[in-house]
Design a protein around this ligand. Structure first.
Ligand code: ATP
Ligand code: MG
Length: 568
């Protein structure tokens, strides 16, 4: 491929609104262009990488026994009403009407469509298990589209759906897909972790996310060397610093104008671990009291799923006053009536705790579980924090990293098959709901995540497997006959082995061509120049952090080197 014939509009500067390094570099390298907020065009170079990633994923899906299909992008409202997601999905769902005023949505995922298909086509246990997948555009009206194609409103996803007769079969298949995702991440060259996750709007009982490690990642993940991993919504821990003491008598103490845990702890000279924070929440509009140890924070997602709520928000001052009979900052569980009290596991463990007295400017000291207060429910509802111990090995301290979620796999159970009536007849002729799994991976997001992990000041550094071209040949002067001959020979030798090679044939300064080659990030560069050819050498360099890793090879050796690297 000749650079001069390709649409690769590189830019020296990134546009002002490009807000993350991968977005800046994708635009500067001429891979994508922005049309509007969260909407991008893929140019030839961007599409080439997208196709490489797509092929890696396709191979892994086929290895896992998947069959590729295409589902529509436009879905009728009816199906979505049947699963309840028409209402649950909220504003993220793009909705529209046709000329007959019938309502539709644009696919944010495709569980409804695929389950409907399967309900019509699968009748017997003999047709199961089955996995189908597609590469399809997804539409989500994100609150804050940002970070280029990382969080866009229209993006390419590979979504796969598996169908089983029983849970055990799903469990086995889920493991297989987990391995396939593991392979995809490795083949794309990622440093990553797989973590347990909450299932969100897609639903189901169990899910796992694949997180690419990057400082710019929107997610916080928790992991341990023993193999434990979870995202911040789901992470668990063994509570740190639990000190048991002999129970003392409860005492009221005056704390004038001092209400936050930090301030009261300073005021009393007691550590935050001694405090019970009492937060009043509105749980689907009903006030509840939530207790948590002073040094922890409430994990609202855990709380929401524990109580099966649609919405959980902190209560307004008026509600707090009506529930606790005191202003904000003095709530406590002792004597709190007519309200459900949920405590984190860290709370009953505190002996001689300090807590609000449900009275302005007052706290209680030496408060003890069961003796002085009771609760309706004790469960893990806290966010893990530095210093906590891993729940799996129960030895090491948990580690924290930032990550980009690129894939999410779910055990769905019968959530969709029940509502859409997808059943099969078992060997005894009995009807059962089909058990499902679903498996998503963001193809466009993978590109951005790769660049976040692999770039330097000069541009992108593509891992070998996903690079748009395997080699760029830079003739210093393509009009020079011998330079052209050698360039074309190398090109032929490599192309004939199925490698994708770019020749920068442009009539430009060598410096500019090198700059563009670095920006675009093609892993290997061969420079052909008149001077070198006098000694029958070309320059061979990996697009790596190491600026000095240049080798001078004969054209034949350079070809051999590349073929060795790409195992051709
Ligand atoms: P996030 O928490 O980042 O919004 P999600 O949990 O909504 O992601 P899923 O519904 O599990 O994502 O979708 C599967 C995959 O699709 C994600 O792992 C991600 O790679 C990709 N994806 C999701 N939303 C977007 C988006 N707005 N832009 C680009 N890719 C996305
Ligand atoms: Mg989302």
């Amino acid at each position: 491929m000749l650079f001069s014939k390709m649409l690769i509009p590189t830019l020296r500067e990134a546009p002002q609104d490009a807000d993350i390094i991968s977005a800046k570099l994708m635009i500067r390298a001429g891979m994508i262009r922005k049309v509007a907020s969260g909407l991008y065009e893929f140019l030839p170079l961007g599409l080439k990488v997208l196709k490489k990633v797509e092929n890696i994923i396709r191979e892994e899906m086929n290895n896992a026994g998947g069959q590729e299909i295409i589902l529509p992008l436009l879905f009728p409202k009816d199906l979505w009403l049947q699963t309840g997601r028409w209402n649950v999905y909220g504003k993220e769902l793009f909705r529209l009407k046709d000329r007959k005023e019938s309502e539709f949505c644009l696919a944010p995922t495709a569980e409804e469509a695929v389950t409907d298909l399967i309900s019509k086509e699968i009748k017997s246990y003999k047709q199961l298990p089955l996995m189908v997948y597609q590469f399809g555009t997804k539409f989500r009206d994100e609150i804050r589209p940002r970070f280029g194609v990382m969080r866009s409103r229209e993006f390419l996803m590979k979504d796969a759906y598996s169908f089983h007769t029983d849970e055990a079969d799903l469990d086995g298949y889920y493991k297989k897909m987990y391995d396939a995702y593991f392979n995809i991440c490795n083949r794309c060259g990622f440093k990553f972790r797989s973590v347990e996750a909450a299932s969100g709007a897609i639903g189901g009982d169990f899910s796992c996310e694949f997180m690419v490690l990057a400082e710019s990642g929107e997610e916080e993940i928790t992991w341990c060397n023993c193999g434990y991993g979870a995202n911040s919504e789901k992470a668990e821990s063994i509570i740190a610093n639990c000190i048991q003491e002999k129970l003392a008598d409860m005492q009221e103490i005056l704390t004038p104008n001092v209400s936050s845990v930090n301030d009261v702890s300073k005021f009393l000279g007691l550590s935050c671990e001694k405090f019970i924070k009492t937060m009043i929440y509105l749980a689907d509009n009903i006030p509840i009291a939530v207790l948590i140890r002073g040094d922890y924070d409430v994990n609202e997602i855990k709380l929401q799923s524990l109580l099966g709520l649609n919405e959980i928000v902190l209560a307004d001052e008026e509600t707090i006053i009506s529930v606790t009979k005191s202003p904000k900052g003095f709530a406590g569980p002792v004597g709190l009536k007519n309200i459900k009290i949920v405590a984190d596991l860290s709370v009953p463990e505190i002996s001689n705790a300090v807590t609000g007295a449900n009275k302005k400017d007052s706290h209680l000291k030496n408060v003890n579980y069961k003796r002085d207060y009771n609760v309706d429910l004790v469960a893990d509802i806290r966010k893990v924090k530095k210093g906590d111990i891993c729940p799996k090995c129960q030895k090491e301290e948990l580690q924290f990293s930032r990550g980009i979620e690129i894939g999410h796999i779910f055990k769905l159970g019968t959530k969709y098959s029940k509502s859409l009536n997808a059943k099969y007849l078992d060997a005894d002729g009995k009807e059962n709901s089909i058990i499902m799994g679903c498996y998503g991976i963001g193809v466009t997001r993978i590109l951005a995540a790769t660049i976040e992990q692999s770039h330097d000041d000069n541009g992108i550094i593509w891992p070998d497997n996903v690079a748009p071209f395997e080699v760029v040949i830079v003739p210093i002067n393509y009009a020079h006959q011998q330079t052209k001959e050698v360039t074309d020979k190398i090109y032929e030798a490599l192309s004939s082995k199925g490698l994708d090679i770019l020749i920068d044939d442009r009539d430009e300064r060598a410096g500019l061509k090198f700059k563009d080659a670095d920006l675009i990030g093609i892993p290997y560069r061969i420079v052909v120049g008149e001077k070198g050819l006098l000694n029958n050498t070309v320059e061979f360099k990996h697009r790596s952090y190491d600026k000095n890793a240049v080798k001078f090879l004969s054209p034949q050796e350079a070809v051999k080197e590349v073929l060795k690297i790409y195992k051709r």
